[in-house]
Design a protein around this ligand. Structure first.
Ligand code: MG
Length: 159
């Protein structure tokens, strides 16, 4: 038995006319994230953290944005595939900790819901999942509401 840690990072542009999904939850906001899938930046970072923990490559290798079958796909479906891949590789998720960097919308009201949804997708207890929000103090692309970024760390126990 050994413990593995993986790191994930992602960023997507914020544009008008797209729904905003964060952690598998649709949030009320005039802008959404641009991408081939639903562009859920938080779930993408979590996917990469889990893949990284077991040395299984990255989300782009598993779900190429050139493939039509992944067009507008729910990132919750992608993360579910990653979770079964973790299991297949003798891994068990110990914890996931994530940060979302965004100026708007304020996540305070939605963090609990996002955490619950994320723990549901990961099939682990909510106590093993953490979602934090940070503004970028008005600086850079995230601070100027041109993008939302996310970081995630996952710890996986490997048999
Ligand atoms: Mg992405």
């Amino acid at each position: 038995m050994e413990y593995r840690t993986g790191l994930g990072y992602d960023i997507h542009r914020l544009v008008k006319g797209r729904p905003l999904f964060l952690g598998g939850v649709k949030l009320p906001h005039p802008k959404g994230l641009l991408g081939h899938s639903d562009a859920d930046v938080l779930l993408h970072a979590v996917c990469d953290a889990l893949l990284g923990a077991l040395g299984l490559g990255d989300i782009g290798e598993h779900f190429p944005d050139t493939e039509l079958r992944f067009k507008d796909i729910s990132s919750a479906e992608l993360l579910k595939k990653v979770v079964s891949l973790v299991k297949k590789n003798k891994g068990a998720i110990v914890s996931v900790d994530a940060v979302v960097v965004l100026q708007e919308p304020k996540l305070l009201l939605f963090k609990k819901q996002i955490r619950r949804r994320l723990s549901g997708i990961l099939k682990v207890d909510e106590s093993r999942v953490s979602v934090k929000a940070k503004t970028n103090e008005g600086l850079g692309e995230t601070g100027k509401e041109k993008a939302i970024a996310s970081y995630a760390v996952a710890t996986v126990k490997k048999r």
